[in-house]
Design a protein around this ligand. Structure first.
Ligand code: DGL
Length: 279
């Protein structure tokens, strides 16, 4: 498997001009994240696609991604995608991680033509539709905020509102470890650094959660920003887009009760515990 993101070489053993392995409606959908954060996306996927089977892979042995360089994240995304294709014959991939999407979705799409691939990006456009004060807070990993993909999204929209960007080092890791003390402390620090929240002039009235781990700190964030602030996450939009792509490719599973298989490159018990708490 290639690891150089700029090599331009196909890194996938199964890649052809059009993807065939696993292109069967009864195959599962592969969903992955650096860890447990993608469960916030899986929750929405299950609600929208109740008949589908999912293989959820947490790359916890290599988490967090958000404070690593692009080459590392690209290599992990390729390895994880390869495993889901080889061992689970997935019919589609959902990259349930903003950092991984920003670093690698364009490469995966080139290398796996024909495979439906859905990614996640911070919900700046939906936030624009919600804000009244024109001040929007964005919490994400350092990697996401530094990526070319995010910069071009931000550049396209920054004339329409003021986006305040906050890298949140350590927060995904604290959520990954269910470390409630660290979660509370980091949320207080990062929400405080963004500025004043509220619906008055000059206040931040919309908060974008640009990392799939952060919805699991929603309670702490809500208590800090107050009830009037809109907190925006991306699960529903990702689930709708996944449904559209499956329908367009005639890959939707028609009936039966959906299931989830949990996989991890780290501690599988921790993933199961998180899933049982949050799903
Ligand atoms: N959940 C991931 C995201 O959406 C990243 C967390 C991490 O590994 O740093 O960006």
């Amino acid at each position: 498997m290639g690891s150089d993101p700029n090599s331009g070489q196909c890194a996938f053993r199964h890649a052809t001009t059009s993807y065939e392995l696993g292109s069967d409606p009864i195959s599962p959908i592969g969903v992955f994240d650096s860890g447990v954060g993608g469960l916030s996306i899986l929750r929405a996927l299950r609600a929208h696609l109740p008949h589908e089977d999912f293989s959820y892979l947490a790359d916890s042995g290599f988490a967090p991604y958000g404070e690593r360089d692009d080459a590392f994240v690209v290599e992990r995304v390729r390895a994880v995608a390869q495993r889901l294709l080889d061992d689970h014959a997935v019919k589609a991939l959902v990259i349930a991680c903003n950092t991984a999407t920003a670093a690698a979705i364009h490469l995966l799409r080139d290398e796996l033509p024909g495979l439906p691939i859905v990614g996640v990006e911070p919900a700046l456009k939906p936030a624009l539709a919600l804000t009244r004060t024109g001040r929007i807070g964005v919490m994400a990993t350092r990697g996401t905020l530094a990526s070319a993909k995010f910069r071009s999204l931000h550049d396209a929209l920054r004339g329409q509102a003021e986006f305040l960007l906050q890298p949140c080092d350590g927060l995904a890791d604290a959520i990954e470890n269910h470390d409630t003390g660290a979660i509370a402390q980091l949320c207080t620090r990062y929400a405080g650094a963004l500025g004043r929240f509220g619906t008055g002039p000059g206040e931040i009235d919309t908060l974008v959660l640009g990392c799939t781990h952060y919805p699991f700190a929603q309670r702490e964030l809500r208590s800090l920003v107050g009830d009037a602030v809109r907190i925006v996450e991306t699960g529903q939009a990702v689930a709708r887009q996944t449904r559209r792509l499956l329908e367009a490719a005639s890959l939707s599973k028609a009936g039966g009760e959906g299931s989830v298989s949990y996989l991890s490159t780290g501690d599988l018990d921790k993933l199961r515990l998180s899933a049982s708490r949050w799903l």
